[in-house]
Design a protein around this ligand. Structure first.
Ligand SMILES: [Ca+2]
Ligand SMILES: [Ca+2]
Length: 462
């Protein structure tokens, strides 16, 4: 036994002029042995340790032991009974790490995202003139909205949506804007607006506002400069030659205003006709002019810098008109052309949803995104295109890699004559069926164009 142990301890080592290396073997005999003070082996000596060649090794009858030299270790580690379990454990560990990593990525990918503020709660749209009058002058105003914020909060509303409050003429429910950067005096002052924004944010609410970029008031300074062909403003609106004799205008084509009759109006200052999709007091801006697009972008930035959290861009399908002036097609081909005066009597293939319109909407999105980069400051963008088909409406969500609106407002429920049972089911399933993957739906149940829900349906249902 002692012989075997000695052989084990000294294997692989060729001692030349120094002690045999016993490694970490717990050889009590060696540890307890008093060294001979006179022995030359007591003093440190330089010695050389040589490794015997493979042919000199003899592992017969040797078992693995703690502290074995590497030659012995290699000998045993290469044996199948040690190598195979070791490799199995290694590859199992690698596989486990890969599975865990893939599982984590998959869970993150399929988990629903946290809702953004514009998804987390209802929006409450306010037509300020009829909401609350804080100074009893007969007109609702911005201070009135501020007075009602606590009430709005109790409704669990998350977003306040205020319709047009810009300085305007009295035309078309104040949608004929004289100055996009001013508050109309009947609603208050810019200071009132800034106080309202602060009060809304103090309550953890968000604010979005209406904006109709398609047109201005004919009282707007741009139009006044345009009709006198002043500098760059000469091309800010859509002007065409037309004849005007004895008080009768012959327009360039048969295009009609949304409110009926010709969409061209003769201007005796410029001696040309200008185009208007809505009233004649609302001349259409020329969105094919880059300067006009830049002006609109700067107006959006102005209000975003005031703290507005988003926009609802209205009437966007009217932004562009065909450059050719071909007549639009009559719905009833047998109708005498002179009697076609109602908007519904033409197909509006040349005055709505023209090629390039969505490019403008995307540029509006880009402007919003420039102000969304700070954490928690995402700027919402909605679009409104009343009367569009469901397919066209869905286009405002954008394309898979080109975003437009966060959502186009879904007013189909408000259009129902009898919002009950199957008709409601069809509206909801139609929207969900056409909704692009990953996009967010919305359900308008009222707005400034409709009577209140309780008035339409009755208190018992609401
Ligand atoms: Ca008032
Ligand atoms: Ca237009």
């Amino acid at each position: 036994m002692a012989e075997k142990k000695s052989k084990r301890d000294s294997i692989g080592m060729d001692v030349k002029g120094c002690r045999t290396n016993n490694g970490f073997v717990q050889n009590e005999d060696i540890l307890e042995k008093d060294p001979d003070p006179g022995s030359p082996m007591d003093s440190p000596q330089h010695c050389s340790v040589g490794i015997l060649g493979p042919r000199e090794l003899d592992f017969k009858d040797i078992q693995p032991y703690a502290g074995m030299p590497k030659e012995v270790l290699f000998h045993f580690s290469g044996q199948a009974r040690y190598r195979v379990p070791r490799e199995v454990l290694f590859w199992l560990t690698v596989a486990a790490v890969l599975v865990l990593t893939a599982g984590t990525i998959a869970m993150i990918a399929v988990s629903p995202k946290c809702l953004d503020w514009w998804q987390a709660g209802p929006m409450y749209q306010i037509y300020p003139r009829s909401f609350k009058d804080s100074d009893q002058d007969g007109n609702g105003d911005l201070k009135g909205i501020q007075d009602k914020l606590d009430y709005i909060t109790t409704l669990n509303i998350k977003t306040v949506w205020i319709t047009s409050f810009y300085k305007s003429s009295l035309k078309d429910f104040r949608h004929a804007i004289v100055d996009f950067r001013e508050i109309d005096p009947i609603f208050g002052t810019m200071k009132d607006f800034e106080n309202l924004v602060a009060a809304i944010h103090d309550r953890g609410l968000k604010l979005i506002i209406d904006f109709i970029p398609n047109h201005t008031s004919d009282k707007h300074a741009w139009f006044q400069w345009s009709r006198t062909r002043t500098g760059k403003y000469a091309d800010y609106y859509i002007w065409h030659n037309c004849s005007h004799e004895n008080g009768i205008t012959t327009p360039p084509n048969n295009w009609l205003s949304v409110y009926g009759n010709s969409s061209w109006h003769f201007d005796d200052v410029r001696n040309q006709c200008y185009f208007h999709q809505f009233t004649k007091e609302q001349p259409d801006l020329n969105f094919r002019n880059p300067d006009v697009q830049e002006e609109i972008k700067e107006i959006i930035q102005f209000w975003l810098s005031k703290g507005v959290d988003g926009f609802s861009f209205e009437a966007v399908k009217f932004l562009l008109e065909a450059k050719h002036l071909r007549d639009e097609i009559q719905v009833n081909k047998t109708q005498t052309p002179d009697t076609v005066t109602h908007y519904a009597e033409l197909y509006h293939d040349f005055t709505t949803t023209q090629v390039g319109m969505h490019d403008i909407v995307r540029s509006l999105r880009q402007t919003m995104d420039q102000h969304s980069r700070e954490p928690g400051r995402y700027r919402f963008m909605g679009t409104e295109a009343y009367g569009d088909s469901i397919d066209r409406t869905m286009m405002y969500y954008g394309l898979p890699f080109i975003q437009e609106a966060d959502f186009p407002f879904n007013d189909y429920l408000t259009r129902l004559d009898s919002p009950f049972g199957n008709s409601v089911f069809e509206v909801i399933t139609s929207w969900m069926k056409h909704l692009p993957e990953g996009k967010w739906p919305n359900w308008m149940i009222g707005g400034p164009d409709n009577a209140r829900l309780t008035s339409r349906l009755g208190e018992r249902i609401c």
